[in-house]
Each structure stands twice: as structure tokens, then as C-alpha cells.
Design a binder for this molecule. Structure first.
Ligand SMILES: *Cc1c(COP(=O)(O)O)cnc(C)c1O
Length: 345
């Protein structure tokens, strides 16, 4: 069936194809709250082995894996260092405050990527006036940074700051495989560097639901308790875990295509008169700015009228996200439409 529109709002719009659906249908299941779902157990073993971490926990969403991680790493009143545009800070409904009674210390950084020096400078001294700094959260790739990637040198430096100051280091790896594929990295690097990692299966990997939280065995045992308390204990979750396993086995390498498609869109945008600036894409996200006088909501409505769906990330900023369900042909069509649609301010 030919899709009615080209969906560039988010990589969360992907739907399971026939292969994934067959894998889901054939999944062997049990009650995962009892630890008896063989497919969930297989997924958890697969991801922990891939990253070289001791244990894993399958959860309904990336918000939940991040929130469980924050809860497990902190105590009420603690401070969490993150980027000012981090998902854990701006897109999780105030969960850090509500679920963990922790407060964020948001830092402003170019492309959503923190530097070791600014992290170190933000650590509170041992002073009764100050919240105890306990945790640093990095996001790789950075969503609001435009799918930007940390270098391993930058992550190593931040990890060293955490080690010297006895802070935990969590990775929001909602799009970690985009970074791994784009930079030719080894997932084991991340297992060595971070105390905990959240991996999304339902972004560009194409699973309908699910994220995996990784950490040390005892820590994941505590995380499992928190997951139950948050209402995230699922029963025959093997049907969903099967989708995740299928995604990991089939859809990682192809993320390269999404990156190529993002580059094609960026190249087209560079030439257009109604684009003020294009942020050079590193992975599957293209951010671009509109000129003064053209509001993002008015702009996206004009694209949508021609079957092109884009998201606004601010009054003058637009986001395109490429993914499994945007074909090469659709990207070519999108590039043609961008040149043809008469945009008015
Ligand atoms: C999508 C996303 C998440 C998790 O979102 P859910 O919709 O809860 O799965 C976490 N972090 C980042 C950076 C994301 O883009």
C-alpha cells in the first residue's frame, strides 16, 4: 500500500513489517514478572552481551528506562547534571523531580554535547547549602542537538571527571546505534565507559515498543524492583521482545541509509531561499532554521498540505528525521517537493 504522506516528524513512526510481525507471532512467551518469559530473557542477554554489561532490563519506554536509572542512581535532594535540552530534563514530564525528588543542573552546550570542564565546574562542593551532585546524564546521539555524536575522547574525559568525583554516569542511548554506525564504534566501548545505558528499540530500529536498561547485576536487580513500582512489569512481553530482537538483528546496519537520506535532505535545504541555516547532520536528524517572519507552525502546515510531515522544535526551527519507513524514493520526492512548494511567510 502506498503511503499517503512522507513522515519526517520522528523515527518513532515506524511500523513493524512482515518479518518483524512474523517474529512476534512466533515468539515463545511466559510471565516476565516471574522472570519466565524466554524471549524477554533472550533479549536481555543479547543486549547486555552486545554492550559487555552484566545485566539488562526490558521496559516499555525510553522514558521509563531513564527514569528508573535516575531513581536508582540518586537519593531525594540530589542533583543531576545534564544538557539543558536533554530528554531527561525537557521531555519526561518533570519525572526527575516527581519520581526521584532529584533536581536537574542543566548546562548549555553546543549541539547538546557537554564538555568535561563544564561538568567538573558544575559539581557542587560539600556544603550544606548545596544539593549533592550524584549523577551525570549524557545523550548520544543528542536529539535536540540535531542527532549529534560525542567523540570517545569527550566521553572518556567526562567519565574521568565522574570517577574522580564519585559520580554515576548514565547514557540516554535512545539513538545509540545511530552513533555506533555513524562513527564505526564498538558497543563494548559504551559498556566500559558508562554505569548504566538506556537503549531504545522503538526509534530507528523499528520495533513498536520497548527500551532496554543496562547496568551491573545488583543495580539491575534494584532497577527491576523500581520498574514494578512504576507499573512497568509486563507479563507476556516476549511478543514485544521478539520485535526488539528482530530489530537488533536486522535493522542496525541499515541506519546508514537513514544517515545518507538525512544528508540528501540537508543538501537540498542548503539551496533554498526560505532556509536561514542548516545544521550539518551527523546521523538521521536534520535541523534547520527559518528566516525572521516565517513561523514554524505556518511553515509545517504548508509542507503538510503537500504530504510532507515535519516537526517544529521551536518558533523558527524545523526538524526532519529519517527512518526505516522513509524510502529512498520518498526522500527524492521530498527533495523535489521542497524545491517546488511555494512557501509564503
Ligand atoms: C525518544 C527518546 C527517549 C525515550 O522516549 P520514549 O518515547 O519514552 O521511548 C529518550 N531519550 C531520547 C533522547 C529520545 O529521543
Amino acid at each position: 500500500m502506498k503511503p499517503k504522506h512522507i513522515e519526517l516528524r520522528s523515527d518513532t513512526f515506524t511500523k513493524p513489517g512482515p518479518g518483524m510481525l512474523a517474529a512476534m507471532q512466533q515468539a515463545e512467551t511466559g510471565d516476565d514478572v516471574f522472570g519466565e518469559d524466554p524471549t524477554v530473557n533472550r533479549l536481555e542477554a543479547y543486549v547486555s552481551e552486545l554492550f559487555g554489561m552484566e545485566a539488562a532490563l526490558f521496559c516499555p519506554s525510553g522514558t521509563m528506562t531513564n527514569q528508573i536509572a535516575i531513581r536508582c542512581h540518586t537519593r531525594p535532594g540530589d542533583e543531576v547534571i545534564c544538557d539543558s535540552l536533554a530528554h531527561v530534563y525537557i521531555y519526561e514530564g518533570g519525572g526527575m523531580a516527581s519520581n526521584s525528588q532529584a533536581q536537574a543542573r542543566p548546562l548549555v552546550a553546543a549541539r547538546g554535547l557537554l564538555h568535561a570542564a563544564q561538568v567538573e565546574a558544575a559539581i557542587n562542593p560539600d556544603d550544606i547549602h548545596k544539593a549533592p551532585t550524584r549523577l551525570v546524564c549524557l545523550e548520544n546521539t543528542s536529539n535536540r542537538g540535531g542527532g549529534s555524536c560525542y567523540t570517545q575522547e569527550a566521553m572518556d574525559s567526562i567519565a574521568a571527571v565522574c570517577q574522580r568525583n564519585n559520580l554515576a554516569l548514565h547514557l540516554d542511548g535512545a539513538r545509540i546505534f545511530n552513533a555506533i554506525v555513524a562513527k564505526g564504534e564498538d558497543p563494548l566501548y559504551y559498556g566500559r565507559t558508562f554505569d548504566s545505558i538506556s537503549v531504545c528499540l522503538s526509534k530507528g530500529l523499528g520495533a513498536p515498543v520497548g527500551s532496554v536498561l543496562l547496568g551491573k547485576r545488583d543495580w539491575i536487580k534494584q532497577a527491576r524492583r523500581i520498574r514494578k513500582m512504576f507499573g512497568g512489569g509486563m507479563r507476556q512481553a516476549g511478543f514485544l521482545a521478539a520485535a526488539g530482537l528482530y530489530a537488533l538483528e536486522n535493522n542496525v546496519e541499515r541506519l546508514r541509509e537513514d544517515h545518507r537520506h538525512a544528508a540528501m535532505l540537508a543538501e537540498t535545504l542548503q539551496e533554498l531561499p526560505w532556509v536561514a541555516a542548516v545544521h550539518a547532520p551527523e546521523t538521521n536528524i536534520v535541523l534547520f532554521d527559518l528566516p525572521a517572519g516565517l513561523h514554524s507552525s505556518h511553515f509545517t502546515a504548508q509542507l503538510a498540505a503537500h504530504g510532507l510531515r515535519a516537526g517544529a522544535t521551536g518558533p523558527s526551527q524545523i526538524r526532519f528525521v529519517t527512518h526505516l519507513d522513509v524510502s529512498q524514493e520518498q526522500v527524492e520526492t521530498a527533495c523535489r517537493l521542497l524545491k517546488e512548494i511555494p512557501i509564503s511567510s
